[in-house]
Design a binder for this molecule. Structure first.
Ligand SMILES: *Cc1c(COP(=O)(O)O)cnc(C)c1O
Length: 359
């Protein structure tokens, strides 16, 4: 067996220790005589898995007691609709537009609320996050939504927008768990799991309790946060296996020293990759330095005719999924928590070698 270094943006790499543990527990989870996949979500074994996962996530992120944690389905894309439905139907909302995922969130919100785009960096081709001073927040908006890390553009906020008393909503799909955050700064945090948490099919939502009271009573049950809070994310059958794997990832993070340790590693990993790009005349990253993502690193080659050769030679060297998003072109290395530092070192060595032979 040879495992490659997988730079996919999502579904993405999962820690090898977690996969090994899942393999170990595949046929018989701790004496239950069955796989987690086969268990009733209401049985005591799965309930213990679910509760442990939530407790570990609460510990890792230091989630205050007045926040609920939900394990849902439908991806971040469903949250694009649930957020306005539950928190703002018909009201005014502020959105910050920093790229492809912001735009999708805005399109959904426009169906349900009066959206004010408080700032957009489209003029600079989404190569930076706006400064706090650029945000034109509307009086009367009931929340401010932003995308802390734009997975496609590789653009990340280096600060948490200040919104006063207005709840801040964050699509953290591709940056959650990459470093410590102050959860109390947010009204809602949501994330599809398939980037930095675990397998696809699970969506984590962290919501401040008082915001649950904003929903009207005309929402479909599955699209109402209250339903999921009241039923501890088990109103219907949850994605049990994905939830279990996420729990193993949370335990892995705790063993690694939590988010303070992860932040140090992630900063170092991203730092050396950006340095390799910046120190070469052959590779280029067009994101402003202060807005560069720790998790998704897009880059182009000086000669785009070499893209195909770069990808195929990289693949032969065990470095896969480096093709950039079709809207950006070039390459993208997604380097989430689970990407070992050796993977970055191997990529940097490959890039230098490729430049020497082909550049
Ligand atoms: C991947 C991604 C999404 C979409 O997530 P789904 O789970 O596929 O709906 C939304 N926002 C961001 C920032 C993402 O990276």
């Amino acid at each position: 067996m040879t495992r490659v270094y997988n730079f996919a943006a999502g579904p993405a790499v999962i820690p090898e220790d977690v996969l090994l543990q899942a393999r170990e527990e595949m046929l018989d989870w701790r004496g239950a005589g069955m796989s987690v996949m086969e268990m009733s979500h209401r049985g005591k074994e799965f309930m213990s898995i679910a509760q442990q996962a939530e407790a570990d996530l609460r510990e890792i992120l230091a989630i205050p007691d007045n926040y609920k944690v939900l394990f849902l389905q439908g991806g971040a894309s469903t949250q694009f609709a649930m957020i306005p439905m539950n928190l703002a139907a018909g009201a005014k909302t502020d959105y910050i537009n920093t790229g492809a995922w912001s735009k999708k969130a805005i399109a959904e919100a426009k169906l349900l609320t009066k959206v004010n785009v408080a700032a957009s960096t489209e003029d600079s081709k989404f190569t930076r996050a706006p400064e706090q001073e650029e945000l034109k927040l509307h009086a009367g908006s009931v929340y401010v939504h932003y995308t802390p890390n734009e997975t496609i553009g590789g653009v990340e906020f280096s600060y948490v927008p200040e919104t006063g008393k207005v709840p801040l909503i964050a699509d953290m799909s591709s940056t959650i768990l990459s470093r410590p955050i102050d959860v109390s700064r947010y009204g809602v945090i949501y994330a599809g799991a398939q980037k930095n948490i675990g397998p696809a099919g699970l969506t984590v939502v962290i919501i401040r309790e008082d915001l649950l009271e904003r929903a009207g009573d005309n929402l479909p049950a599955m699209l109402n946060y209250k339903t999921h809070v009241e039923n501890e994310s088990m109103y219907n059958t949850p994605p049990t296996y994905a939830w279990y794997i996420a729990g193993l990832v949370f335990q892995w993070l705790k063993r690694k020293g939590g988010l303070t340790a992860m932040a140090e590693i992630n900063m170092r990993k991203a730092g050396k990759l950006y340095a390799a790009i910046d120190n070469s005349a052959f590779y280029h990253n067009s994101v402003e330095r202060g807005s560069r993502s720790w998790m998704n690193v897009p880059f182009t080659l000086a000669n785009a005719d070499l893209d195909a050769a770069f990808l195929s030679e990289a693949k032969a060297a065990g470095l896969v999924e480096l093709k950039g998003h079709r809207s950006v072109g070039g390459m993208r290395a997604s380097i989430y928590n689970a990407m070992p530092e050796e993977g970055i070192d191997a990529l940097i060595a490959f890039m230098a070698d490729f430049e020497k032979h082909r550049g």
